[in-house]
Design a protein around this ligand. Sequence first.
Ligand code: ZN
Length: 241
Amino acid sequence: MRVLIISDIHSNLTAFEAVLAHAGDFERVICLGDVVGYGPDPEECVQLLRSLPDLTCIMGNHDAAVLNVISTGYFNPEARKALLQQKDLLSQDSINFLRGLPDILILNELTLAHGSPRDPIWEYIDQGRIAWAAFEYFDGQGCLVGHTHTPAIFTESADFKVRLLKPNSGDRWIPCERFILNPGAVGQPRDRDPRAAYVIWDLEENSFLFKRVAYDVSSVAERIEQRGIPMLQARRLSLGR
Ligand code: ZN
């Protein structure tokens, strides 16, 4: 069975569609959160995600922020405006879907969390020291995370040494130690490669194939402008950062 692993779609429908067209056949989908936030098409992204086969999705910090924007005074005025705009673009049905997402769960013996198993929604696993601590917080061999928008694999050896691998597009990886794997971001990559990132997990051979696909960033930039979203977001997409 082939499982599509995605994260951080961030309301970027064009990138999301490019990934689905590029990924080939898959029978199951794991989405690691941040379906909404930043981009122009939150409603379309939630609907497309929900149409995918055998979907498992967890909550990201942006999904949580959009849901909580009315009830908290926690956000600065600009962030608050952006979150309210995302919320206005979402149907009640999609808001209910986001509200029902768990923040952590276990699937096929893998732990799924947007940020980290220690602090599922907010913590960034972006360095070995943090990964080293995170390994304490899940059982079993592997944990899948998103949130940093950068494809990465952290491995933990039997003597608790942590190593960081930075997979390139086309790399196929088979775990033999404990690991924390990040597929990178569909809708807003931050590793200076603007192509949308995803992973195909082959359950039979237990391999993880890292992939990137280019998409039409300029059409997303146009919709960002039409929606009145700050053009900084379009610039980030074109630079991949
Ligand atoms: Zn994100």
